[in-house]
Write a protein that binds this ligand. Structure first.
Ligand SMILES: [Zn+2]
Length: 383
């Protein structure tokens, strides 16, 4: 019997015992490949299997792994990644899925794969990702034998496997999987498997930090084009135009991002930093980040290929009072910036604004406290 036929049989068994997976199974196509060590799935429903891996599993373990792959799609993992680091995000997803499948009693758990410690069993992928960042876990590139499977198409626009779709193409598939997930959840309810039903839940999205960080960056880029002309002109005409800095008319936009980790922001710091790193990679904007509570907790430049474990210090410290003085002066020592963005609940004594930043923006988090005088303010609600 061919691998594809074997997989169809496995799918039938899965759908027979757990009807919630039945509709999803219909949308799958199976691909035999030795390019990956275990299994992987693409958002177009192509499910890749290594034949040796398949042969090493018992029938009940095959059911588990197939359900696992399907869960990546039903839980919209490609879509929920945002700016998170791909391999660590895959890691978090595998923990979240496997915890749910074990609890729901779907098949047998295989020897390989990532299984969450008890205290993570009720956490979402997003929460597990933050925990992994806090612990400084390094995820090997997926798909690999030690790092679960890979969700293909979440990697951006690289095509690792033949026929693999890109994230852009994947977006077209999203409505379909949304629908299948709703049906699966409904069938899960009917079959009385509440754990399974719960497994298909997606937690409400938190603040879209990508957009918040992008807003600052967009202003930085706008400032770049404008200032390159006007500032140079004014500079030629008169010396009395206020402070000028060497390298002001640069070509690369530079953003300083200051994050107050003392209040309600604390839980979101990893995500903000991940978004800043992704933004820097994608747009080639140089981003200097400083995280503060009473003093500077962490500082660093984001460059392409930034690894999140370097950030763990930024999020290892707990709550505290707030003083931005040290952070502001630190930003001043990094050369000029087009935009300075400070995310804070505004419960602080405002220091003198950094003198080396063209625009100062306060992202006011869950607060109506007065912001730094003269700064542009936008309000952000963190749930
Ligand atoms: Zn997986």
């Amino acid at each position: 019997m061919s691998l594809v036929e074997d997989l169809r049989r496995t799918a039938l068994q899965l759908a027979w015992r757990f009807p919630a997976f039945g509709i999803a199974v219909v949308h799958l196509r199976y691909v035999e490949t030795t390019e990956i060590p275990t299994a992987a799935i693409g958002v177009d429903g192509r499910c890749y299997w290594n034949p040796e891996f398949f042969a090493s599993l018992t029938p009940a373990e095959r059911i588990f792994v197939l359900a696992h792959e399907i869960c990546h799609l039903l839980l919209m993992h490609a879509d929920r990644r945002g700016g998170r680091q791909v391999d660590l995000w895959n890691f978090a997803n595998d923990y979240a899925i496997n915890g749910g499948l074990v609890a729901a009693g779907v098949g047998d758990r295989p020897d390989v794969g990532l299984f969450p410690p008890t205290e993570w069993e009720d956490l979402s992928s997003e929460q597990i990702y933050d925990e992994l960042l806090r612990k400084g876990v390094q995820a090997p590139p997926t798909p690999s034998a030690t790092n679960g499977c890979g969700l293909l198409g979440a990697q951006g626009n690289s095509k690792a496997l033949p026929g693999e779709v890109t994230l852009e193409e994947a977006r077209q598939h999203n409505p379909k999987w949304q629908q299948v997930r709703a049906q699966a959840k409904h069938i899960g309810t009917m079959s009385g498997n509440e754990v399974l039903e719960k497994l298909f839940d997606i937690p409400p999205a938190r603040v879209n930090w990508r957009n918040v960080v992008r807003r600052g960056a967009a202003l930085a880029q706008a400032a770049q084009g404008y200032d390159a002309v006007s500032f140079a002109k004014r500079g030629r005409r008169s010396a009395a135009v206020g402070p000028q800095f060497p390298g002001w008319i640069g070509s690369q936009a530079r953003v300083a991002l200051c994050v107050d980790s003392s209040g309600s922001m604390y839980n979101d710091v990893p995500q903000v930093l991940a978004e800043a790193a992704a933004l820097s990679r994608e747009s080639e904007i140089a981003v200097f980040c400083v995280v503060h509570d009473d003093g500077v907790v962490w500082e660093g430049w984001f460059r392409p290929n930034e690894r999140p474990e370097r950030m763990q210090k930024a999020i290892a410290r707990g709550f505290g009072g707030t003083c931005a003085e040290e952070a502001y002066r630190l930003v001043e020592r990094q050369g000029r910036f087009d935009v300075f963005v400070h995310l804070t609940d505004c419960y602080l004594e405002w220091p003198a604004p950094p003198k080396n930043c063209r625009k100062i923006i306060i992202g006011r988090i869950n607060s109506s406290e007065p912001a730094l005088e003269g700064a542009r303010v936008f309000d952000v609600q963190v749930g």
